[in-house]
Design a protein around this ligand. Structure first.
Ligand SMILES: [Zn+2]
Ligand SMILES: [Zn+2]
Length: 403
């Protein structure tokens, strides 16, 4: 069935729907912002979003796909299945410095506005609550349980310091490293000690040297999580967490090997043992779907927000489990301005903007633009086919598994 959509009319109906719900959407955004929760602990956000969906008359599956803080709401009985994703986890100490409260409220608004049109336009909608983006890989765990089976396209927006078509996403894998040495009195018998902190520090300095000789779009960064107990005890234990990032999962593998060589050399030099654990799962790079982005950008512009291609001066480099989703189904992850240029995500200053007027504007614009994109995907089988063909071409070949 091909429905000829009067774009201007549909946009004005979406605009009116989002305006009518604006107070609810912003209440949800502010509520999540005021209750920052870490990976897999987002019970307050889960409950607030599920309640808002249920209040609007949608059937909500709480604790979906085996995760306590995931949810799913489904609308419609026929037509393309378009998923809109809500993230809502926060960061330690600095709260919603990645602005996931804005992602959640915009996804909620887009879902509710599109849901109101689903039967009329013959489309199906999947509103997904996806926990633990900041390192837990919630979307990957949900995908393993079938969250994206039968989905034709998936979308979300992400806050930034500008309106951009995409994030410069690179693949990432996290490794936890622990060192074991031998405690001794640091003054009385240092010769009996084997210093696990030395092992960790030497590993760190080896990686600092390595960083001069990697690709410009690769990143390696770590912190110490255990550096001993007291200066007069030679540390018998030390630990660190490292993030290793490279353009895609294939190029990540040789970089991971070089990182491990640096770390284990530190342990060897300090005569200590070392154990490591690569946290499951790695995040893939993001394949941005041009057919979907074209639709999103046109609608966003009609609502007064111009998204541009990232440049080396405006881009946001990072990693997301939406990358893994993008290998499964056609996907977009456009960035929406929530803070002035130069205010980086993952800073306390960004946290303030995410809960302020600019965050609120992004909720409304993100909701309207995504709702219009969902509706256009429902109404335009040619665009859905184009998104699928493009996705097939981008993912065929020897890509490593992302799940
Ligand atoms: Zn983040
Ligand atoms: Zn984020």
């Amino acid at each position: 069935m091909v429905i000829v959509m009067d774009v201007a009319e549909i946009r004005s109906r979406i605009d009116a729907d989002v305006a009518r719900r604006a107070d609810t959407l912003l209440d949800v955004s502010h509520d999540i912002h005021a209750h920052p929760e870490l990976n897999f602990e987002e019970r307050h956000a889960h409950d607030a979003l599920c309640a808002a969906l249920a209040d609007a008359g949608l059937d909500v599956e709480e604790h979906a796909f085996g995760l306590d803080t995931a949810f799913a709401a489904r609308v419609g009985t026929e037509g393309p299945v378009i998923a809109v994703l809500c993230e809502y986890d926060a960061l330690p100490e600095i709260g919603h410095a990645c602005g996931h409260n804005v992602i959640a409220a915009a996804g909620l608004g887009a879902g509710l506005a599109a849901a109101a049109l689903a039967d009329e336009l013959g489309g199906r909608l999947l509103i997904l609550g996806t926990p633990a983006e900041e390192g837990g890989g919630g979307k990957v765990l949900m995908a393993r349980e079938g969250a994206f089976d039968g989905v034709d396209a998936a979308m979300m927006i992400h806050p930034a310091d500008g309106d951009l078509l995409s994030m410069d996403t690179i693949a990432i894998h996290q490794v936890e490293v622990s060192y074991s040495g031998q405690e001794a009195h640091a003054a009385a018998h240092p010769e009996l000690g084997r210093n696990a902190l030395d092992a960790a520090v030497l590993g760190y300095t080896n990686i600092a040297a390595l960083r001069q000789h990697i690709l410009p779009d690769e990143r390696i960064h770590g912190i110490f999580t255990d550096g001993g107990q007291k200066p007069n005890i030679v540390p018998g234990h030390a630990a660190a967490i490292w993030y290793v990032r490279s353009p895609d999962l294939a190029s990540l593998e040789p970089l991971k090997a070089r990182v491990m060589a640096c770390l284990s050399a530190g342990a060897t030099a300090a005569a200590c043992g070392m154990d490591h654990h690569w946290n499951d799962p790695p995040y893939a790079d993001m394949i941005d779907n041009a057919a979907m982005l074209e639709s999103f950008v046109a609608h966003a512009a009609a609502f007064g927000r111009v998204h541009t291609a990232p440049t080396s001066r405006t881009h946001v480099v990072g990693s997301t489990d939406m990358g893994n989703v993008s290998y499964l189904v056609p996907s977009i992850h456009p960035m929406i301005r929530v803070a002035p240029k130069g205010v980086s995500i993952h800073t306390p200053e960004f946290t303030r903007y995410a809960g302020g007027a600019e965050g609120d504007a992004a909720v409304i614009d993100g909701a309207r633009s995504m709702a219009a994109t969902i509706v256009e995907m429902w109404s335009d089988p040619v665009r859905v086919d184009a998104a699928h063909s493009e996705h097939q071409a981008a993912t065929e070949g020897d890509h490593p598994p992302v799940m």
